[in-house]
Design a protein around this ligand. Structure first.
Ligand SMILES: NC(=O)C1=CN([C@@H]2O[C@H](COP(=O)(O)OP(=O)(O)OC[C@H]3O[C@@H](n4cnc5c(N)ncnc54)[C@H](OP(=O)(O)O)[C@@H]3O)[C@@H](O)[C@H]2O)C=CC1
Ligand SMILES: Nc1nc(=O)c2c([nH]1)NC[C@@H]1CN(c3ccc(C(=O)N[C@@H](CCC(=O)O)C(=O)O)cc3)C=[N+]21
Ligand SMILES: [Mg+2]
Length: 286
């Protein structure tokens, strides 16, 4: 078994970005800027947001945090997004999900200027992904693709099974794996899939994005498969993925751990997207 070290890979990417950010800053007279909006006090979201701000500091991207209270109205939050859209020094806008009850997150996401959509969640970004046009890709699936590339994991003609069809992970993941040049043959599974174990056993590459600790068991994995575990589940025993890592580790060709796998890559890709958005907005090559 080969361990796919997302933490180390993310660190490498962040080092690569440092140089690029510094060069861009020289050229523009300002660093790329990212707005991070965290509504309310959800503790898990606070940890993620802190990590994102730390990653910005690390790479030289200027981050601005906005912390409206959970009681903020839809109209007030929409006003904030409009102000961030209009701020010329902000290249990216991230509204941390989930939003507190009562707020319509789709309407907020739809309001973000697509040029600043570093999460890749805007309908324009999703449309461009679906059509195979260049654009900002959702960070988690983009991070998975980067891991497959950097670990030389072959995808052409391979059978990939994605479990989970959410708009932020599973659906864009399936599209990226099926795109020309990557050329996996993709099966997208969900809670209504008839025989999930049988589908998973076909996978040369299995991506789990379900949100249930240790849900994918060793008997569901083909010998020599590559397993990418996107799941982040808080249990009494600490953070757990969607895959039973210890039971399957001797059976697989390669696997991502949780923590230290996909999570840090998500943040690295947010930095990549912020740099790309900055370049594009400033009229430099994509
Ligand atoms: N590492 C990272 O950077 C990130 C990690 N995550 C983690 O990834 C996981 C998934 O996140 P997200 O996509 O937002 O989750 P969602 O809850 O939005 O989606 C979960 C998906 O899993 C499917 N599912 C649920 N139960 C089953 C089942 N028994 N069998 C088959 N499929 C099932 C659902 O099917 P249906 O559509 O039919 O309901 C749904 O499509 C979570 O643990 C989350 O914390 C998320 C984002 C980033
Ligand atoms: N607008 C928006 N964009 C997101 O990208 C977004 C979001 N909302 N809401 C929540 C999910 C989740 N997510 C993670 C990012 C990093 C780690 C991460 O760094 N995880 C570390 C461990 C962190 C820990 O110890 O808790 C790891 O896996 O090693 C995890 C999860 C981004 N999300
Ligand atoms: Mg979700």
């Amino acid at each position: 078994m080969k361990l796919i070290d997302g933490k180390a890979t993310a660190q490498t990417i962040r080092e690569e970005l440092k140089t690029e950010v510094a060069a861009l800053k020289d050229r523009l007279g300002r660093a790329p800027g990212l707005a991070v909006v965290l509504v309310g006090e959800d503790p898990a979201s606070q940890v993620y947001v802190r990590n994102k701000i730390k990653a910005c500091e690390d790479t030289g991207i200027v981050s601005k945090a906005f912390r409206p209270e959970a009681s903020v109205s839809q109209a007030e939050l929409e006003d904030l997004v409009r102000r961030l859209n209009a701020d010329p020094e902000l290249d990216g806008i991230l509204v941390q999900l989930p939003l507190p009850r009562g707020l319509d997150s789709q309407r907020i996401l739809d309001l973000i200027d697509p040029a600043k959509d570093v999460d890749g969640f805007h309908p324009v970004s999703m449309g461009r992904l679906t059509l195979g046009l260049p654009g900002l890709r959702p960070c988690t699936p983009a991070g998975v693709m980067e891991l497959l590339r950097r670990y030389d994991i072959p995808t052409k003609g391979k059978k990939a099974v994605v479990v989970g069809r959410s708009n932020i992970v599973g659906k864009p993941m399936a599209l990226l794996l099926a795109q020309p040049g990557v050329d996996a043959t993709v099966t997208l599974c969900h809670s209504r899939t008839r025989d999930l174990a049988a589908e998973c056993r076909q996978a040369d590459i299995l991506v789990a994005a379900i949100g249930k600790a240790n849900f994918i068991t060793a008997d569901m994995i083909k010998d020599g498969a590559v397993v990418i575990d996107v799941g982040m589940n808080r249990t009494e025993k600490g953070l757990a993925g969607d895959c039973d890592f210890h039971a399957m580790k001797d059976k697989v060709a390669a696997i991502t751990p949780v923590p230290g796998g996909v999570g840090p890559m998500t943040i690295a890709m947010l930095m990549v997207n912020t740099l790309a958005a900055c370049r594009r907005r400033m009229g430099l090559e994509s």
